[in-house]
Ligand binder design. Sequence first.
Ligand SMILES: *Cc1c(COP(=O)(O)O)cnc(C)c1O
Length: 421
Amino acid sequence: MSINIWHPFTQHGLGEPIPEIARAEGASLYQADGTRIIDAISSWWVQTHGHCHPRIVAAIQDQSARLDQIIFAGWTHEPARELATGLADFLPESLEHIFFSDSGSTAVEVALKMALGYWHNRGEARQKILVMEHSYHGDTIGAMSVGARGVFNQAYAPLLFDVGTIAFPEAGAEQQTLDQLAAFCKDSENPPAALIVEPLILGAGGMKTYSPAILAEMVAICRAHDVLFIADEVMTGWGRTGTVFACEQGCVEPDILCMAKGLTGGVIPLAVTAATDAIYQAHFSKDRAQMFFHSSSFTANPIACAAANANLAIWRDEPVQQRIDGIIASHQAFADRLKQKSNISGLRQCGTILALEIDDDAGDYMSDLGPQLLGFFRNRNILLRPLGNTIYIMPPYCITLEELAAIYRVIEEAIDHFGNC
Ligand SMILES: *Cc1c(COP(=O)(O)O)cnc(C)c1O
C-alpha cells in the first residue's frame, strides 16, 4: 500500500506539479539537482531573517539536546521565561502577559477565548465579535468564523458563529467603516465583546492596505465603548510592515495581540497571544472555574522558545531594520518603474510587502490566472504565489538587491505576458 500526501490549499485534481526542495539558505531554495529558486514570499510569510540562519539553527540544536519538551500546565522552563523577558523590549508596555500556543490560528482562538472569558468572568453579557470585511485569521473553526466567508469555508458554514462585520476602509470611504463600527459599539441590546483586525494590511484577503490613522480611529472608537481591541499581527508582526509590529505606526496599544509566523524567524511553529493586565486579572481568582481553559500538548515547547529567543537576539544584534529599510527603498524604485505599465492596477506598498493586480477579465481568487501565474513563476525559478490576479512580494529580510531585481524582472515579464493591454 502506498500513502499519498494531501497538500494544503492544493487541488490535486488539476495535476499540477509539486516540486521538492532539498535544502535552503538565506533567500534561496535548492532542489536535489542543484536548481536554485528565490523565495520571494518567505515560504508563506513566515521566514524573516532567511533560511537556516546559523544562530537559530544553533539554538535549536543546543536546546533539543538539553530539554526537549515539558508539560507547561503547572511547570515552566528557562527558554519560556527568557522569551517573556525578551518580548518586553518589543511589545507595547500595556501587554504584560503572554500565553503560548502553536500557530497563528490557535493564537487567534486563544485571543477570542480570552475576550469572551474576560466579559464572562466580569459578569457582563458581551459575546459579539466584530470583524473587518475581507479578513483572514486562520483555518480553525473560530478563526474561520471571524474571517471572510466565501468559497473557502462554504461547506463549513453551519459550524461558524455569527459576527458583526464592518466594511473594509477603502480609500475615500473610510468614514463608512468608522460609522459602522460606532453603530455596532453603541448597540446596547447586543454590545460587542471585541473587534479583531489585521492592522494596516489584510494578508490572505488580497494584501489590501489601509492607513495607520484609520487603525488609530478604530481603536479610539472601541476604547470609547469598552470594546476590546484584538490585533492579529500573525502576518504583520516581526517587521513586515516596516516596524516590528504594525500597531506601532498607529500608536495604538491593543488589548490582545496575536503573533506567530515570524516569532521563531519562521523556522518552527510557535505562537504567542499577549494580553493586558485587565484581561489577565479577569481570570485571576481563587475560583478554579475562572481560570483560562486552554492548552495544547506542546504549549511553549522549549525548542520552539529557544528558536524565538534566537530571533529576538538577531533583532537586537543584527542590522535587521536596515535590511528592512533597504527592501522598502528597493520596492519603491520598482513601483515607480511599474507606474508606466497600463495593464496593472492597485499598486501599493506596506513596508516590505509590495502588491499589485494584473488586469484580466475574471479577477478573483478562483480565476484561472492564479494557477497560470504560479506556473509561470515556478518555471522561472521564483517562488511567488499570487492570490488570484494579485501578485505580491514578501521577501525574507536577508534578500539581496540582485535577488530582488531577479524577482522584479520576472514580475514585469508576467505583466507583459498576461495583462490586457
Ligand atoms: C497566517 C495567518 C493566520 C494563521 O496562522 P497559521 O499559523 O497559518 O495558523 C492568522 N492570521 C493572519 C493574519 C495570518 O496571516
